[in-house]
Design a protein around this ligand. Structure first.
Ligand SMILES: Nc1ncnc2c1ncn2[C@@H]1O[C@H](COP(=O)(O)OP(=O)(O)OP(=O)(O)O)[C@@H](O)[C@H]1O
Ligand SMILES: [Mg+2]
Length: 294
């Protein structure tokens, strides 16, 4: 697939001046704006209109600051309940924060209503989930073309074939999901997420339903998409999977507790460990023994 391009935003129901100037202004292009800029993001489930000491309220995110530049490949890591999916849902414009500011591709989406949020999501975000959620009686190529069918894109078949090619599945275009392996189904889901040329590709535990070898293949595909210029954000609770991304953001109890390059994290693991542990951790496949293990 060609390098990612800014999606066509002409149908967005919000002032597009910021996006238009971001695209046109050479100074801004020379110093690229972050694709994701989050400040003080708070998300609460339950409770009343304000928290007011309501003990049923759960603070899933407690003040998250996160900046991601175009073309980065970031793993979001953390134990169950740490807020990973909540963060992804806000990143992907499936939900909005209660407090804080989120600017996606130059558009402030912090307080958008559902309709506007959906339009932004359709233009800027490609989502991959743990389950591929393909239509069972529909061929791979038609599954991939679906997001473009909603837009009435007359080039959708050719674009869907190109997306399938990008995930190495052009020869399975006519197969239905039950004629594909689990890993192949997930590749089709990735092609479906890519077909609209989204500004960010988000994946929430995309390898969670796969065996480790197939999961590694899916991560290698994300790495390849990153190498071709895409911005990729992957959630995982598996440190071995996270280690395949150059940057890791670790969440704990709704807060970012570590945001560093994978190389730096490896160096710290070795520094922190006793000589015996250091040797054990340096051994191939030993990352599961790290303190971040689920
Ligand atoms: N719809 C909801 N209503 C109430 N609480 C919720 C809701 N969704 C999530 N939570 C709570 O918010 C916190 C963060 O949940 P989230 O799903 O973001 O965690 P996670 O890191 O994705 O976990 P996992 O690894 O299990 O998928 C948890 O305490 C969870 O119970
Ligand atoms: Mg989750």
């Amino acid at each position: 697939m060609a390098e990612q391009t800014l999606p066509n935003a002409t149908q967005l129901p919000i002032p597009m001046t910021s996006l238009a100037s971001a695209a046109a202004d050479p100074a801004r292009l020379a110093a690229p704006q972050p694709i994701v800029a989050m400040h003080g993001i708070v998300k609460r489930y339950g409770g009343g209109a304000d928290d007011g000491g309501d003990t049923t309220a759960v603070y899933a995110l407690r003040g998250v600051d996160l900046t991601i530049r175009r073309g980065e490949f970031v793993a979001i890591v953390g134990p169950s309940g740490s807020g990973k999916t909540t963060l992804m849902n806000i990143l992907g414009c499936l939900d909005v924060a209660d407090r804080g500011r989120y600017v996606l591709a130059g558009v402030d989406v912090s307080r958008l209503e559902d309709d506007a949020l959906a339009k932004v999501r359709n233009h800027f975000v490609g989502f991959v989930f743990q389950q591929s959620n393909l239509l069972a009686r529909t061929s791979a190529v038609d599954n991939v073309a679906l997001p473009l069918a909603y837009r009435g894109d007359s080039q959708r078949h050719a674009k869907a074939l190109a997306a399938l090619k990008a995930v190495g599945l052009e020869r399975r275009a006519g197969h239905r999901p039950n004629q594909l392996s689990g890993g192949e189904q997930q590749r089709v889901a990735i092609a479906r997420a890519l077909v609209t040329s989204p500004a960010i590709l988000l994946a929430d535990e995309p390898t969670g339903a796969l065996d480790s070898k197939t999961g590694a293949g899916i991560m290698a595909l994300f790495a390849q998409l990153h190498a071709s210029g895409r911005t990729v954000i992957v959630v995982t609770h598996d440190p071995r999977i996270a280690d395949l991304a150059p940057r890791q953001v670790h969440l704990l109890d709704g807060r970012i507790v570590l945001d560093a390059s994978t190389a730096e994290i490896h160096a710290r693991r070795l520094d922190d460990a006793s000589p015996f542990q250091a040797i054990a951790m340096a051994a191939p496949g030993a990352a599961a023994a790290s303190p971040e293990a689920h």
